[in-house]
Design a binder for this molecule. Structure first.
Ligand code: SAH
Length: 375
């Protein structure tokens, strides 16, 4: 949740707090999802520090301090930036920003009511201080929005800008607040919408304009998600970054298709492999992948199904090893095909299964409820 502190000068006569209290009421009514407090520079409680401490204690992720009837050159100069900096150091988990809006006439109060939340239309902290904002690499999970982590959902709902892949479902983007700049950078096999270098440059450019940029990636950003490359590029550009793990497609697909990825009787090892074709082939350690008692999950493997089947059999994996191909796992459109190693490429073609789909190879793969073993 985000908060706004309406910061007034304060006076000996409590009646002077009237306009501020009025604005707080308007904001509380207009924006019930915001926590709104007042604070004063002098004479009246609470101080800015007390208000921030109280809101940070309630777990606010962002607090916008909105000066009301305060002179930018006077009240907000002497010692004030230092006080804000001290608060930022004291509450590092809470983004504390100073809004540019200062009401200087009664009618401005109405404008503050509409704008005080410091949404997209007011200049962000990043653009005013010249410091870059933070870029979060966020795992969006395999598709079902309910498989998001709480942290991912919070960051998505607070972001100033979101850059997303084609694997990120619409239900997830719906969590963004109105006014968020949303950019599509999707990639599909052999149809890269934007080259990686361009995505890196775009993230850097967005971080110059916004305090908080979310780079939303399907599944987990560090599992075949190029999260490592993007982090390196951000750090080379001097942009602060953070990472939020997500449920990877293999976990989502196994859970929703109803089989475990490991099982103490059938698989003591789990390998996540890329089936992405490079120069017409896949460069993998096939003898290792063909060993028994393991589960092998191929990401991006649909186009290489024939090669996967041939190579695993050539290295000794039995032709009747169970294989599942799960498309659009965890979404309403999920489609699971249960087959065997020698037949699945043909069955997959017949069923017209196109990416994104995972190929899971191993004895754990049984249609729901068929796998038995001692407890
Ligand atoms: N970072 C992602 C993987 C990106 S690679 C993750 O951790 O899941 C893209 C591949 O992931 C796709 O080609 C497909 O094989 C797989 N994939 C992603 N989402 C999927 C889904 N909902 N259902 C099936 N496969 C999926």
């Amino acid at each position: 949740m985000n908060a706004v502190i309406l910061l007034g000068h304060g006076a000996r006569d409590p009646a002077w707090a009237g306009p501020l209290v009025k604005v707080r009421e308007i904001l509380a009514r207009e924006r019930p999802s915001l926590a709104v407090e007042t604070a004063f520079l002098t004479f009246m409680p609470p101080t800015l520090e007390e208000a921030v401490s109280m809101l940070a204690g309630r777990g606010m992720a962002r607090i916008d301090v909105v000066p009301v009837f305060l002179a930018q050159g006077g009240h907000l100069k002497n010692g004030f930036p230092e006080r804000l900096d001290a608060l930022r150091r004291r509450y590092p988990d809470c983004a504390l920003r100073l809004a540019a809006v200062a009401g200087e006439a009664p009618e401005v109060i109405a404008a503050i009511a509409a704008h005080a939340a410091v949404q997209a239309d007011t200049p962000s902290e990043a653009s005013r201080t010249g410091l870059p904002g933070k870029v979060w690499l966020v795992g969006a999970g395999p598709g079902d929005p309910e498989l998001l982590t709480l942290k991912a959902a919070r960051l998505i709902s607070q972001a100033d800008a979101i850059v997303y892949d084609h694997l990120v479902g619409e239900g997830i983007l719906a969590l963004a607040r109105p006014g968020t700049e949303i950019v599509y950078a999707g990639k599909e096999a052999s149809r890269h919408t934007l080259p990686q270098a361009q995505i890196n440059a775009m993230l850097a450019a967005l971080a110059k304009r916004h305090s908080m940029v979310v780079r939303l990636k399907g599944g987990d950003p560090f599992i075949f998600g190029r999260g490592g490359e993007e982090l390196e590029a951000l750090s080379a550009a001097g942009i602060p970054s953070g990472i939020v793990p997500g449920i990877t497609a293999a976990s989502g697909c196994a859970a929703y298709a109803g089989f475990p990825l490991t099982h103490r009787d059938h698989a003591r090892m789990l390998t996540l492999a890329t089936g992405h074709l490079k120069n017409g082939g896949i460069d993998l350690d096939w003898p290792a992948l063909a060993r028994p008692c393991q589960t092998v999950v191929f990401y991006m493997g649909v186009a290489a199904a024939g090669e996967i089947s041939r190579r695993l059999m050539a290295h000794g994996l039995p032709a009747d090893t169970p294989v599942a191909v799960v498309r659009q796992a965890t979404l309403n459109t999920q489609n699971a095909l249960f087959s065997r190693l020698d037949e699945f490429p043909m069955r997959l073609r017949e069923a017209g299964i196109a990416p994104p789909a995972l190929i899971v190879v191993g004895e754990v793969v049984r249609p729901r409820g068929e796998l038995h073993g001692p407890d």
